[in-house]
Design a protein around this ligand. Structure first.
Ligand code: ATP
Length: 884
């Protein structure tokens, strides 16, 4: 074809490896420039685009105006330190997310120097001969040269979600995109069929590059909870400003000086605003995403981190997710006999017992021919270790074909493929048409393999047998399936077609077949899936197996997996006969759905959601996309799945393993817990400080803590301690309790109560320390130093309490803390020593050295707080037990 020649390529062998390497050098990677990363200084100054920081800067300006040089300097310094911490932590979090996203590189099948191999799509160059199939994301602009039933969804370019049929014929280059039927464009999705084509443009030269739609997923560091928190912080700030203005007026009317009241109001504002919260929440979220990635679950859309913790139903595929996807044909049934097959894994060693006897010559060829030629996979020998490139089940068929002892290369040469109908889970079979290479032979062969019911319905006879007895075969299917085997039928038929009339194969050609054999294929359940399903049940999560496989196979595997009520399985056909109400009812007790199509998945998700469930759903095929989009958490398979499924998903599993979903749920719950703990930890500190100041102003007492000291507590001690909460590991009961309610508010009644209760305890602590010291005759500086240290000590003890919101913290690990907790506590202890005893910090913060006894008093205050909270938790637990 001209296009191939013009690009120095070839329609059969593609580019040579050397030319491809040169082009890559010349043109660069086939990827669109990702959104411009902002320069460092822009990102740094963004930290100042924060209402709180602006208020602090105003406060600094006020201090300057009042000639409070020191105060102004300290406020500025603290603002800078805060901006640097925020800048650094957010930068790190974004970096982590970016590197996780890049783990999802797309791949493309490319033929170079006559060899088919899979490359990362960014290595594709102009002139490459690319092979596309349903589910693929088109890597570049491609001129199609061979198509079979090929359709592409071009929504990414045209916004049109209906798939467009493609042909291999040229169209005018100035025709509108939607009419250029001979082209597949970068960024579009193949919805059906297969094609080959030559790459004509890559990267920004493609149509996608031209419209400059930046497909690259730039991670947005936000989720519904974070957005709610940001809104809350804004509302809180406004409320605080109003209260501050009122306090200012009341203070003036009571005869305080303007300067005094200004500083008092600044203290109040600084005390009340939770400065560290946004940074800590962002860090907790990023840590959650990183932990999930290290456990094989890659989050594509950040809100999923929160949602996954609330999942109440997981709908999972069977093959590969719950089972190992290591398939082996263990038996085969022909009309006369059942044969066992020896050998393990994909190694072509082993044989079909008693198959070498006389009389089976033709049957051996027939089986080998369907198994080997109606097949898209390849067996690869890695130094004696055999693995499959392609569908594992097809790999198992290749291994079986080898075990027949027939020369497979000769078979492939004698019967070249001329047309095919690719496998699709909607019709559950695959067919290929082959021409005979013998000169002048008009003979053609159609090979068919697939789900036994689908194949049986197209057969009228069986190989090696005079009578056609479907009931015999149905019994055989049941026997194989009840043993947990996946059953596959092989069939063929000869047709005579003159060369000229040769048509592409269609579904209408699939009748009057001869059944060759039924195969029993073993795909054992994953051990870790059995444990994970048990874990789900303990965590109040229902697991539903929704499979394309035979109902009895699904039931047998379901039993091994400890799924309850396996006898109540429904098939896709049953589902079709039920009304929505009946199916909703059936969903209560049915956990296995067999012989389903992707449309069934969509219906099941919708009905579960209508019941208020939060549903996670797995999928791998192109037709699964609607169900994945619909589910609260769409989960795509990273190894075996298609790009189309990945594009529609919220999360991708890099190991296709059910256990990884359950791990992700655990991590999701932990992230949510940690966000809640951080909120419950930080807000009472602000609450306590502002209450203390308001009280002092209203009663007309001296301020127990000065503005700079509050800044120190909020921006140094609190942030250091709260950051440790972002790293908290899962609690031991994380997966022992039911999922949280879908509509649970982020501040529950319990959290609100805790915030108010602890705020009051903090206020009492601050005031008691301050007033007691004054009463003992100490100076105001001394009393304030004591009050600040009491507050920080109480914070440290509160940290140990808040690590377990409801459970008692009084056990070894609870008291021991984690590395991060100990580090934070050590750091805060050191900083408090400096704050209290170091000369220039004393000058800055107006502190004086405390006596050792008073230092110990701070610890006692902490212990008292801890004890009160433990008693409160105990009372809560008792009340809870009685209430339920
Ligand atoms: P799951 O939905 O749990 O992944 P599954 O792989 O059995 O299970 P499908 O992929 O929808 O689901 O396959 C349905 C049936 O189609 C299989 O049970 C099998 O009989 C048949 N089948 C699967 N793959 C092929 C294939 N490549 N060629 C022909 N038939 C196939």
């Amino acid at each position: 074809m001209e296009i191939a020649a013009a690009l120095g390529s070839d329609c059969v062998t593609g580019l040579s490896n050397e030319v491809a390497a040169e082009r890559l050098q010349m043109d660069g990677f086939n990827q669109l420039p990702s959104k411009k990363i902002e320069p460092v200084w822009v990102r740094f100054f963004k930290q100042f685009k924060n209402l709180l920081i602006i208020i602090l800067l105003i406060a600094a300006a006020l201090a300057l105006a009042l000639h409070e040089w020191l105060e102004a300097g300290v406020i500025m310094a603290v603002v800078m330190v805060n901006a640097v911490i925020g800048f650094y932590q957010e930068g790190k979090a974004e970096q982590a997310l970016r590197s996780i996203q890049s783990m999802l590189a797309e791949h493309t099948r490319v033929i170079r120097s006559g060899q088919l191999s899979e490359l990362e799509s960014k290595h594709v160059v102009r002139g490459d001969l690319v092979s596309l199939q349903a589910g693929d994301l088109v890597p570049a602009d491609i001129r199609l040269i061979k198509v079979s039933n090929f359709a592409v969804q071009e929504a990414a370019l045209t916004g049109e979600s209906i798939a467009v049929d493609k042909t291999a014929s040229a169209s005018a280059t100035n025709a509108p995109l939607a009419e250029r039927k001979g082209m597949a464009f970068a960024g579009t999705l193949v919805t059906q069929g297969q094609a080959q084509g030559i790459v004509v443009a890559t990267a920004s030269q493609t149509e996608l590059g031209r419209v400059n739609s930046l497909l690259t997923n730039v991670a947005q560091l936000t989720t519904p909870l974070l957005r709610q928190m940001a809104q809350f912080a804004k509302a809180l700030t406004v409320a605080i400003l109003i209260v501050a203005a009122l306090v200012f007026i009341v203070g003036l009317s009571r005869g305080h000086s303007i300067a005094y009241m200004l500083m008092a109001v600044v203290s109040l504002v600084v005390a009340a605003i939770p400065e560290g919260l946004p940074t800590i929440l962002t860090v907790a979220l990023a840590i959650g995403v990183t932990r999930m990635a290290s456990r094989h679950a890659i989050i594509r859309r950040l809100p999923a981190v929160e949602t996954i913790g609330a999942v109440s139903v997981i709908c999972s595929d069977k093959t590969g997710t719950l089972t190992r996807n290591e398939m082996t044909v263990t038996s085969l049934a022909t009309a006369g006999q059942v044969f066992s097959v020896s050998g393990d894994g994909y190694a072509p060693q082993g044989h079909i017992n008693s198959f070498n006897e006389l009389g089976f010559e033709q049957l051996r060829t027939d089986i080998a021919r369907v198994a080997c030629l109606c097949n898209e996979s390849r067996l690869v020998n890695d130094n004696g270790d055999y693995r499959v490139e392609g569908d594992p089940m097809e790999g198992a068929l290749l291994t079986l074909a080898h075990k027949t002892g027939i020369d497979l290369d000769a078979l492939a040469q004698d019967w070249p493929r001329v047309s095919e109908i690719p496998f699709d889970s909607r019709y559950k079979y695959m067919a290929t048409m082959h021409a005979c290479t013998e000169p002048k032979s008009p003979e053609q062969l159609i090979l068919l393999k697939g789900a036994p019911e689908a194949i049986l319905a197209r057969c009228v006879s069986a190989a090696n047998c005079q009578v056609w007895d479907p009931s015999f075969w149905l019994q055989q299917i049941t026997d194989f399936a009840q043993g947990g085997h996946r059953v596959l039928a092989l069939a063929h038929k000869k047709v005579v077609v003159s060369q000229v009339e040769r048509q592409p194969l269609t579904h209408d050609d699939l009748y009057d077949f001869e059944l060759v054999a039924l195969l029993a294929i073993m795909d054992p359940p994953r051990d870790e899936a059995i444990e994970a399903i048990d874990a789900c049940h303990r965590a109040g999560i229902t697991v539903k197996m929704i499979t394309g496989d035979h109902v009895q196979t699904a039931q047998a595997i379901g039993k091994l997996l400890h799924l309850p009520q396996t006898e109540q399985a429904l098939t896709g056909q049953d589902v079709d006969t039920l009304s929505d109400t009946e199916l909703t009812h059936a969903l209560e007790t049915t956990h296995i759905f067999a012989r389903t199509t992707p449309e069934h998945k969509l219906r099941l998700v919708s009905l579960l959601q209508a019941q208020g469930k939060i549903v996670a759903m797995t999928g791998d095929g192109v037709n699964d996309a609607p169900a994945l989009k619909r589910a609260d958490i769409g989960i795509a398979m990273g190894k075996g799945g298609t790009a189309a499924a990945r594009e529609a998903s919220d999360m991708v599993l890099t190991d296709d393993n059910f256990a990884s979903i359950v791990d992700a749920v655990g991590e999701g719950r932990t992230v949510y817990d940690n966000l809640k703990k951080a909120i419950t930890f930080l807000l009472p500190v602000n609450g306590g400080e502002s209450l203390a100041i308001m009280l002092a102003l209203l009663i007309g007492l001296a301020l127990p803590i000065m503005p700079l000291q509050i800044l120190w507590v909020n921006m140094v001690s609190s942030i250091a301690l709260a950051l440790a909460l972002a790293f908290e590991p899962s609690e031991s009961d994380t997966m022992q309790r039911p999922p949280r309610r879908a509509n649970e508010p982020w501040i529950t009644r319990f959290v609100l109560w805790r915030i108010i209760f602890v705020s009051i305890l903090f206020t009492v602590g601050i005031f008691t320390a301050f007033e007691w010291a004054l009463a003992q005759g100490y100076s105001e500086e001394y009393a304030r130093t004591l009050a600040v240290n009491v507050l920080v000590a109480m914070e440290v003890f509160y940290l140990f309490s808040v690590r377990y919101l409801r459970r008692s913290s009084l056990f070894f690990n609870g008291l021991k803390g984690t590395r991060h907790v100990l580090l934070a506590v050590g750091l805060v202890f050191g900083l408090q020593l400096l704050f209290t005893y170091q000369g220039w910090l004393q000058a800055l913060f107006n502190t004086t050295p405390l006596s050792l006894t008073h230092g110990l008093l701070c610890v006692v205050a902490g212990c008292i707080l801890f004890t009160i909270l433990e008693l409160e938790k105990w009372a809560q637990r008792r009340w809870h037990r009685h209430a339920h």
